[in-house]
Unconditional design. Structure first.
Length: 235
Protein backbone atom coordinates (compact mmCIF):
# COMPACT_ATOMS: atom_id res chain seq x y z
CA UNK A 1 0.00 0.00 0.00
CA UNK A 2 1.28 3.45 -0.88
CA UNK A 3 1.78 5.40 2.34
CA UNK A 4 2.45 9.12 2.62
CA UNK A 5 3.15 11.34 5.60
CA UNK A 6 1.62 14.80 5.49
CA UNK A 7 3.19 17.41 7.77
CA UNK A 8 0.63 20.11 8.52
CA UNK A 9 2.32 23.44 9.27
CA UNK A 10 2.03 27.22 9.03
CA UNK A 11 4.21 30.20 9.86
CA UNK A 12 1.55 31.90 11.95
CA UNK A 13 1.26 30.99 15.62
CA UNK A 14 -0.13 33.20 18.35
CA UNK A 15 2.30 31.69 20.86
CA UNK A 16 5.44 31.28 18.74
CA UNK A 17 5.30 32.80 15.22
CA UNK A 18 7.71 31.26 12.73
CA UNK A 19 8.54 28.31 14.96
CA UNK A 20 8.41 25.84 12.07
CA UNK A 21 11.53 27.36 10.51
CA UNK A 22 13.36 28.10 13.76
CA UNK A 23 16.87 26.65 13.84
CA UNK A 24 17.28 23.15 15.25
CA UNK A 25 20.65 21.43 14.91
CA UNK A 26 21.58 23.73 12.00
CA UNK A 27 18.35 22.98 10.14
CA UNK A 28 14.95 24.68 9.90
CA UNK A 29 12.73 22.77 12.32
CA UNK A 30 10.47 21.56 9.49
CA UNK A 31 13.46 20.06 7.68
CA UNK A 32 14.71 18.44 10.89
CA UNK A 33 11.30 16.84 11.42
CA UNK A 34 10.85 15.76 7.80
CA UNK A 35 14.24 14.03 7.83
CA UNK A 36 13.28 12.02 10.92
CA UNK A 37 9.86 11.06 9.53
CA UNK A 38 11.42 9.96 6.22
CA UNK A 39 13.52 7.39 8.09
CA UNK A 40 10.39 5.26 8.50
CA UNK A 41 10.86 2.60 5.81
CA UNK A 42 7.10 2.12 5.41
CA UNK A 43 6.62 5.71 4.20
CA UNK A 44 6.84 6.33 0.47
CA UNK A 45 6.81 10.13 0.58
CA UNK A 46 6.81 13.03 3.03
CA UNK A 47 4.82 16.11 1.96
CA UNK A 48 4.44 19.46 3.67
CA UNK A 49 0.89 20.85 3.47
CA UNK A 50 0.58 24.57 4.16
CA UNK A 51 -1.62 27.48 3.15
CA UNK A 52 -1.60 29.70 0.10
CA UNK A 53 -1.04 32.83 2.19
CA UNK A 54 1.99 34.98 1.34
CA UNK A 55 3.00 34.75 4.99
CA UNK A 56 3.71 31.03 4.51
CA UNK A 57 6.18 31.58 1.66
CA UNK A 58 9.22 31.53 4.01
CA UNK A 59 8.11 28.08 5.16
CA UNK A 60 7.70 26.91 1.58
CA UNK A 61 11.13 28.26 0.65
CA UNK A 62 12.78 26.63 3.67
CA UNK A 63 11.18 23.26 2.94
CA UNK A 64 11.97 23.28 -0.76
CA UNK A 65 15.59 24.23 -0.05
CA UNK A 66 15.89 20.83 1.65
CA UNK A 67 14.06 18.90 -1.05
CA UNK A 68 10.72 18.60 0.75
CA UNK A 69 7.70 18.39 -1.52
CA UNK A 70 5.16 21.11 -0.72
CA UNK A 71 1.45 21.45 -1.36
CA UNK A 72 -0.33 24.74 -0.75
CA UNK A 73 -4.07 24.97 -0.27
CA UNK A 74 -6.95 26.47 1.67
CA UNK A 75 -6.08 28.29 4.87
CA UNK A 76 -9.03 27.10 6.95
CA UNK A 77 -10.16 23.97 5.11
CA UNK A 78 -7.19 21.76 5.96
CA UNK A 79 -9.28 18.67 5.27
CA UNK A 80 -9.48 19.82 1.66
CA UNK A 81 -5.68 20.13 1.58
CA UNK A 82 -5.35 16.52 2.68
CA UNK A 83 -7.89 15.32 0.13
CA UNK A 84 -6.01 17.05 -2.68
CA UNK A 85 -2.61 15.77 -1.52
CA UNK A 86 -3.98 12.23 -1.30
CA UNK A 87 -5.34 12.46 -4.83
CA UNK A 88 -2.10 13.81 -6.26
CA UNK A 89 0.02 11.22 -4.45
CA UNK A 90 -2.42 8.38 -5.12
CA UNK A 91 -1.96 7.28 -1.52
CA UNK A 92 -3.74 4.37 0.11
CA UNK A 93 -2.72 5.38 3.64
CA UNK A 94 -2.14 8.86 5.03
CA UNK A 95 -0.16 9.72 8.14
CA UNK A 96 -1.03 13.09 9.64
CA UNK A 97 1.46 14.96 11.78
CA UNK A 98 1.73 18.59 12.81
CA UNK A 99 4.88 20.63 12.29
CA UNK A 100 5.39 21.27 16.00
CA UNK A 101 6.66 17.71 16.59
CA UNK A 102 10.32 17.86 15.49
CA UNK A 103 11.34 14.76 17.46
CA UNK A 104 8.80 12.56 15.66
CA UNK A 105 10.12 9.01 15.90
CA UNK A 106 10.15 6.83 12.75
CA UNK A 107 9.94 3.71 14.91
CA UNK A 108 6.77 4.97 16.60
CA UNK A 109 5.31 5.78 13.19
CA UNK A 110 6.22 2.31 11.96
CA UNK A 111 4.58 0.74 15.01
CA UNK A 112 1.40 2.71 14.29
CA UNK A 113 1.39 1.60 10.66
CA UNK A 114 1.82 -2.01 11.75
CA UNK A 115 -0.96 -1.72 14.34
CA UNK A 116 -3.38 -0.36 11.76
CA UNK A 117 -2.58 -3.26 9.44
CA UNK A 118 -3.01 -5.89 12.18
CA UNK A 119 -6.30 -4.44 13.33
CA UNK A 120 -7.62 -3.63 9.87
CA UNK A 121 -8.46 -0.18 11.23
CA UNK A 122 -9.78 2.72 9.17
CA UNK A 123 -8.16 5.17 11.60
CA UNK A 124 -5.47 4.72 14.21
CA UNK A 125 -3.52 7.05 16.48
CA UNK A 126 -1.37 7.07 19.60
CA UNK A 127 -3.45 9.61 21.54
CA UNK A 128 -6.69 7.79 22.53
CA UNK A 129 -5.66 7.46 25.34
CA UNK A 130 -2.26 9.13 25.28
CA UNK A 131 0.75 7.21 26.57
CA UNK A 132 3.38 8.91 24.39
CA UNK A 133 4.95 12.31 25.13
CA UNK A 134 3.43 15.48 23.76
CA UNK A 135 5.32 15.99 20.52
CA UNK A 136 5.12 12.36 19.40
CA UNK A 137 1.52 12.41 18.17
CA UNK A 138 0.68 10.74 14.90
CA UNK A 139 -2.48 9.54 13.19
CA UNK A 140 -2.98 7.22 10.24
CA UNK A 141 -6.09 6.68 8.17
CA UNK A 142 -7.10 5.11 4.90
CA UNK A 143 -7.92 7.00 1.73
CA UNK A 144 -11.47 5.70 2.10
CA UNK A 145 -11.77 7.16 5.61
CA UNK A 146 -10.48 10.50 4.32
CA UNK A 147 -13.04 10.45 1.50
CA UNK A 148 -15.82 9.74 3.98
CA UNK A 149 -14.67 12.62 6.17
CA UNK A 150 -14.66 14.93 3.15
CA UNK A 151 -18.20 13.87 2.26
CA UNK A 152 -19.64 14.04 5.78
CA UNK A 153 -17.70 16.53 7.91
CA UNK A 154 -19.69 19.75 7.92
CA UNK A 155 -18.43 21.71 10.93
CA UNK A 156 -15.68 24.25 10.31
CA UNK A 157 -13.75 22.75 13.23
CA UNK A 158 -13.83 19.29 11.67
CA UNK A 159 -12.54 20.63 8.37
CA UNK A 160 -9.80 22.71 9.96
CA UNK A 161 -8.52 19.86 12.13
CA UNK A 162 -8.95 17.02 9.58
CA UNK A 163 -9.61 14.03 11.85
CA UNK A 164 -12.25 14.89 14.53
CA UNK A 165 -15.04 13.48 12.35
CA UNK A 166 -13.07 10.23 11.89
CA UNK A 167 -12.75 9.96 15.68
CA UNK A 168 -16.47 10.46 16.25
CA UNK A 169 -18.93 7.64 16.84
CA UNK A 170 -21.01 9.03 13.99
CA UNK A 171 -18.26 8.07 11.54
CA UNK A 172 -18.62 4.40 12.45
CA UNK A 173 -15.00 3.74 11.52
CA UNK A 174 -12.92 0.94 12.95
CA UNK A 175 -10.37 2.64 15.21
CA UNK A 176 -7.22 1.51 16.99
CA UNK A 177 -4.84 3.10 19.48
CA UNK A 178 -1.12 2.53 19.93
CA UNK A 179 -0.03 2.43 23.57
CA UNK A 180 3.35 2.12 25.24
CA UNK A 181 4.66 1.19 28.66
CA UNK A 182 5.86 2.91 30.66
CA UNK A 183 3.48 5.80 30.10
CA UNK A 184 5.39 8.92 29.03
CA UNK A 185 2.42 11.25 28.59
CA UNK A 186 3.80 13.53 31.32
CA UNK A 187 6.66 14.62 29.05
CA UNK A 188 6.38 17.80 26.99
CA UNK A 189 8.44 17.64 23.78
CA UNK A 190 6.16 19.53 21.45
CA UNK A 191 7.11 23.06 20.31
CA UNK A 192 4.41 25.62 21.07
CA UNK A 193 6.54 28.16 22.92
CA UNK A 194 10.17 29.35 22.78
CA UNK A 195 10.82 27.44 26.02
CA UNK A 196 9.71 24.24 24.31
CA UNK A 197 12.25 24.77 21.56
CA UNK A 198 14.96 25.32 24.15
CA UNK A 199 14.14 21.93 25.69
CA UNK A 200 14.20 20.20 22.30
CA UNK A 201 17.49 21.89 21.38
CA UNK A 202 19.09 20.66 24.60
CA UNK A 203 17.79 17.14 24.04
CA UNK A 204 19.20 17.02 20.51
CA UNK A 205 22.53 18.57 21.51
CA UNK A 206 22.95 16.05 24.32
CA UNK A 207 21.79 12.95 22.42
CA UNK A 208 21.96 13.10 18.62
CA UNK A 209 19.92 14.06 15.59
CA UNK A 210 18.48 10.58 15.12
CA UNK A 211 17.89 9.66 18.78
CA UNK A 212 14.82 7.51 19.32
CA UNK A 213 12.12 7.98 21.93
CA UNK A 214 13.60 5.63 24.53
CA UNK A 215 16.94 7.45 24.48
CA UNK A 216 15.28 10.87 24.51
CA UNK A 217 12.99 9.94 27.41
CA UNK A 218 15.87 8.47 29.41
CA UNK A 219 17.97 11.60 28.94
CA UNK A 220 15.14 13.97 29.85
CA UNK A 221 14.24 11.91 32.91
CA UNK A 222 17.82 12.19 34.13
CA UNK A 223 17.89 15.96 33.57
CA UNK A 224 14.90 17.38 35.51
CA UNK A 225 16.45 20.85 35.29
CA UNK A 226 15.83 20.76 31.53
CA UNK A 227 12.32 19.34 31.91
CA UNK A 228 11.46 22.23 34.23
CA UNK A 229 12.24 24.82 31.51
CA UNK A 230 8.79 24.37 29.94
CA UNK A 231 6.96 22.62 32.77
CA UNK A 232 4.82 25.69 33.46
CA UNK A 233 3.05 25.21 30.13
CA UNK A 234 0.03 22.97 30.32
CA UNK A 235 -0.02 19.56 28.67
Amino acid sequence: MRTIAILQARMSSSRFPGKVIAELDDLPMVAFMAARVAQCAAIDKVILATSELDSDKPLVDAAQAYGIEVFRGSLENVLERFVKVQALAKADLIIRMTGDCPLADPEVIGDLIALRAREGADYASNVEPRTYPYGFECEIFTAEALARAWANARDAYDREHVTPWMQSDAANLKRANLQRAPDLSHMRLTVDYPEDLEVVRRVVASTHRNARLAEIAAWLSSHPDVARINSHHSL
